[in-house]
Design a protein around this ligand. Structure first.
Ligand SMILES: [Zn+2]
Length: 359
């Protein structure tokens, strides 16, 4: 399909191994003889089938969905949502639905199944924790995420290799991004950790850096949040009093109801704008508070560790540290790595802490 340029249903250029595997095992594509199908369905169903035809099987009623109410704490307080759990049903409950022959020869299906019979997921693949996943590592050429990639070695059959590579190129093909190289995961992770553990072993400097970053974010606010919110709050109060004044005028017949409608929608616009501004001020305030919390956690829990203990940190703990640092690492074509601590999404906050290496 890749050779013929057939895109995935989602429009991606490359098909995943997981899909190929499930297609090979999917009974829908496997042509069964009438005699085989007959044993799986009721007499009424088999009576409608053509004994000279082959059929695939769509298995119905294979899974059970159960829903559970769960509560979550977020910015807006407690929210509730339904959580779905899928459990397989016992084989006896499955219902075979004959579907038209896919046209794929049975020998092909059998041969393909034979080939993947002994394949198993590498235990280390599922267990490996990708420290730089979740958008921490980016393609320095096209700004996409670097996604992880696992492959079996060609020489030794049981050796797996782990890489990061540009997600856009992996998905959309060679033309989508020129960043061809796949980077051995351990190497990139080591370099990033080397940099970050360097930061952590100098708590004095780290505190100064973090304070500077938080200050930078605070500078983005012209005043203290309460000060900044004030004009918008009084704007809101104004809107309210104007609204009732206009309504009185309309009631007294000084303005028509059409005029009232126009005035009110004008006021509504002003009100929406003021509410948005207040929201932004509050978000920024929350962001700063989170940064302060992370700063304290970093300084208390990690920066006070002895270097040996730092080296012992598990990959998921390192990932946690990166998150707290708002870390972002860009790999440029050629392998230079730029690491920055970033706050929010505004470009203005990217400037601090850029260091690079060339491997
Ligand atoms: Zn790229």
């Amino acid at each position: 399909m890749e050779a013929e340029g057939v895109p995935t249903p989602g429009g991606a250029r490359y098909w995943t191994q997981v899909f190929v595997r499930s297609a090979i095992l999917d009974e829908v594509y496997c042509p069964y003889a009438y005699e085989e199908i007959e044993t799986l369905v009721t007499v009424e169903v088999s009576a409608q089938l053509d004994p000279d035809q082959r059929y695939g099987i769509f298995w119905h009623n294979t899974k059970r969905n159960t829903y559970k109410q769960v509560s979550e704490t977020s910015f807006n307080g407690k929210t509730y949502r339904k959580k779905r759990r899928v459990t397989p049903k016992p084989r006896e409950e499955w219902i075979a639905v004959p579907v038209p022959d896919s046209g794929i020869p049975r020998e092909w299906v059998d041969a393909a199944r034979e080939v993947i019979k002994d394949n198993h997921r590498s235990p280390s693949t599922s267990r490996r924790f990708w420290e730089l996943s979740g958008g921490l590592l980016r393609c320095g050429h096209c700004d996409a995420n670097m996604r992880n990639y696992t492959t079996l070695g060609s020489r030794a059959p049981d050796v797996w290799y782990f890489y990061y590579r540009c997600a856009r190129r992996a998905e959309k093909g060679d033309e989508a991004c020129l960043h061809k190289k796949m980077y051995p995961a351990a190497g990139v992770e080591h370099r990033v950790w080397e940099f970050v553990s360097g930061l952590l072993t100098d708590p004095g400097q780290l505190r100064a850096d973090l304070d500077a970053m938080i200050e930078e974010e605070r500078q983005g606010m012209h005043d203290e949040p309460e000060q900044e919110a004030k004009p918008w709050l009084s704007k809101l109060a104004q809107v309210e009093s104007k609204r009732s004044r206009f309504q009185d005028m309309a009631a007294e017949g000084y303005i028509t109801f059409d005029e009232l409608g126009a005035k009110l929608s004008e006021l509504e616009e002003t009100r929406t704008f003021a509410v948005e501004r207040l929201e932004a001020i509050r978000n920024r305030q929350e962001r700063i508070e989170e940064m302060e919390k992370d700063r304290d956690a970093l300084l208390e829990s990690y920066a006070s560790m002895v270097p040996e203990a730092l080296e012992e940190l598990a990959p998921d703990e390192r990932h946690q540290v990166y998150r707290m640092l708002r870390l972002r690492a860009d790999v440029r074509i050629g392998g230079a790595l730029e690491v920055s601590g970033m706050f929010g999404e505004e470009e203005a906050f990217c400037r601090s802490k850029v260091r690079s290496w060339t491997p």
